[in-house]
Design a protein around this ligand. Structure first.
Ligand SMILES: [Zn+2]
Length: 122
């Protein structure tokens, strides 16, 4: 049975993992004999497959593979959000601080004026 490159590449997963039927296997093998592109594709797929299998054996508990790029992006995104929140909080606390100082000064002046007036009262 002759197959096209598209079909061969569709079958790469089951072929590499050994789940393909004998007929499919033969068809893919026949195609790989004649097609250089698919051969290199299957080779790199096989290497990747073996690598993953090795890693799976090494890290039994790590099943989810996250690309470091994506992790970085998520991290920087959450840091951005956090720093934005922190900045907002700092502005609020600064404002509260300034307001309370102003209030203290005003009340202090009122108190001072009151006591001065009381002293000067006849
Ligand atoms: Zn091909």
């Amino acid at each position: 049975m002759e197959i096209t490159c598209d079909i061969a590449m569709d079958l790469v997963d089951i072929y590499t993992s050994g789940a393909a039927s004998e007929e499919t296997e033969n068809a893919v093998r026949e195609h790989l004999k004649t097609c250089k592109d698919c051969r290199s594709f299957f080779d790199s797929y096989r290497k990747n497959f073996d690598e993953q299998k090795k890693n799976q054996k090494k890290n039994k508990y790590i099943k989810v593979e996250t690309s470091p790029y994506i992790a970085d992006e998520i991290l920087s995104e959450s840091i951005k959000k956090l720093s934005k929140r922190m900045r907002t909080r700092r502005i609020i606390s600064n404002t509260v601080g300034i307001v309370s100082i102003v209030m203290a000064v005003i009340f202090g002046i009122i108190d001072l004026v009151g006591s001065v007036r009381r002293k000067h009262a006849p």
